[in-house]
Design a protein around this ligand. Structure first.
Ligand code: NAP
Length: 272
């Protein structure tokens, strides 16, 4: 009979594709497909990811929260409160704060638009140059230095690919503007975690909001847990709604049965 479809739970066991190397399509249950970069899965098998306005809005909500949390110095006020200290601090205007988003895809673009509406000075870093955009765009490795030099709040929304793995480490933090802060909502693999902890401990980074990590759950002995000015959440920035996912998969299977193009198909040679 016809080869089956494979619907992939979070972190699929690669052994599935030893048994089923050539399914008609593979559906990721998330926006990322890094867990599907497995040997054994044939290159011409269509891989589909979730692109969902509800998931996008949840990410916009989280990134806006994270940037405002850092911008409004909330971790300091929380600390003051725990000591019953009343200590107003100088507050910069959002228009004087330069936010830099690495990855202006479906999620990064939407986050950038909302932050710009709140008045932040937003730019993004992408792989391929583009023309019309809602925010200033820096493209490619050669523009990375200029992008980082202007950035005061860095937001990582890159996918995990061979090109992005370990990309954000001491070199990147060293190039950021003074007093820079960091938000990671992309993938933990993109960040060199001990260099992140070092940058926070030394004051090179003045704070962080971290949702994703190289090892999840974040091990209890990670120094990140206890660093001042660091807010940690357990990979909850943007979940996908099970009903929406099920509906998208059904509609895609219908498209495939009719011989039509799939919605949300990923270029697996590019990796995202
Ligand atoms: P997307 O639409 O595929 O966008 C990816 C963006 O990253 C694009 O702008 C792309 O540049 C850029 N990019 C990729 N490789 C690059 C490289 N080597 N150098 C520079 N830029 C590069 O992805 P998305 O839907 O926005 O999702 C982004 C990631 O968010 C996902 O892959 C996933 O890892 C993560 N995520 C996290 C959560 C969470 O709960 N924490 C939830 C959902 C998703 P071009 O525009 O030039 O192609």
């Amino acid at each position: 009979g016809a080869a089956p479809y494979v619907i992939c739970a979070w972190k699929t066991d690669p052994k599935v594709f030893e048994v089923l190397p050539s399914p008609r399509a593979v559906f990721s249950l998330g926006a990322g497909v890094d867990h599907l970069q497995v040997p054994g899965l044939l290159r011409d098998v269509p891989v589909v990811r979730i692109v969902d306005p509800d998931l996008t809005m949840r990410m916009v909500e989280y990134v806006t929260f994270a940037v405002l949390h850092l911008h409004r110095q909330i971790s300091r006020y929380a600390q003051d409160q725990s000591l019953r200290v009343w200590a107003p601090r100088f507050q910069t205007a959002a228009s004087r704060v330069r936010v830099g988003i690495m990855g202006l895809g479906v999620l990064g673009e939407a986050c950038g638009r909302t932050l710009a509406q709140l008045g932040f000075d937003v730019a993004g870093w992408v792989r391929t140059p583009r023309e019309a955009t809602s925010v200033q765009v820096f493209a490619g490795q050669e523009a990375l230095g200029a992008f980082l030099a202007r950035t005061e709040i860095l937001v990582n929304l890159l996918p995990n690919t061979p090109q992005t793995r370990g990309l954000i480490g001491a070199d990147v933090f060293a190039l950021l503007a003074d007093g820079a802060r960091f938000v990671n909502v992309g993938r933990g693999e993109t960040v060199v975690e001990d260099e992140l902890a070092q940058a926070l401990a030394s004051g090179r980074l003045a704070g962080a909001v971290l949702d994703v990590f190289g090892t999840e759950p974040l091990p209890a002995d990670s120094p990140l847990w206890a660093l001042p000015g660091v807010l940690i959440t357990p990979h909850v920035a943007a979940d996908s709604d099970p009903d929406v996912i099920a509906d998208q998969i059904v509609r895609n299977i219908e498209r495939l049965e009719r011989g039509e193009e799939l919605a949300g198909r990923v270029d697996m040679t590019r990796g995202y």
